[in-house]
Design a protein around this ligand. Sequence first.
Ligand SMILES: Cc1cc2nc3c(=O)[nH]c(=O)nc-3n(C[C@H](O)[C@H](O)[C@H](O)COP(=O)(O)O)c2cc1C
Length: 244
Amino acid sequence: MILSTFAHESIEDVKKEATEPLWHATYLLKDRGECKAIMQRAEAAGYEAIVIVIDTPVMGARDRERRSQPKTVLFQYHPIDYYRFPVTWSDVEWYRAQTKLPLVLKGVMDPDDAEQCLQLGASAIIVSNHGGRNLDTTPATIEMLPAVVERVAGRVPVLIDGGIRRGTDVLKALALGATAVGIGRPYLYGLAVEGADGVKGVVNILRNELEMAMASTGRPTIASINRSVLAPQGLRPTARTWAT
Ligand SMILES: Cc1cc2nc3c(=O)[nH]c(=O)nc-3n(C[C@H](O)[C@H](O)[C@H](O)COP(=O)(O)O)c2cc1C
């Protein structure tokens, strides 16, 4: 699980409850001392990677957020704050020097950016457009995945998030070369409906649907999933069963 800098629960409290590996998504704050302290806390608490979010150099025009949070900055009255989360490639170098943990760069949508991430020492990258929430009309992450996977060419794992809603979406992402997928809103929906059990339910649905889709496409293992599972408009069913 990846814990955001803006999570309501503390780095340490989440670690106490966690039964699976944790990564911390650290935002570059204006106060670098504060940012460094956050990374040190994550490292001390046993988090296994620092995720740097590179797709939000400025806050986008988030209409829904503005409607639901009356205190959100209104752009008709305020200039854009370019210095709130100022991430540039040299800032990534700064992060690299602050922690021994592996760096995962999140928000890559371009093969050239992926290459730059690797040059700067990324241990993995996440193809993500922040759930399409920061730049209106941004392409779907699944459309950008193949070009990024091709450029990375197996040097580091390539993860993807954005629009993963069913097990079939997971299967398609794996077929296009993703190592793993992430979810944002689905777990929040589960949380809203049924608390922790709801989150568990969402993960179980995705896992079971993935297994169903793997069975229907004749793929007994994750390693056996490749592009041949894809049909022009979706997935290619097969009569082959795992037992034969
Ligand atoms: C309410 C909300 C808050 C989010 N906050 C963060 C955040 O603090 N840091 C971050 O890296 N991504 C944040 N994201 C983006 C998610 O990490 C993720 O990239 C995205 O939600 C994936 O798309 P999906 O919601 O379609 O699964 C947020 C998304 C939502 C919906």
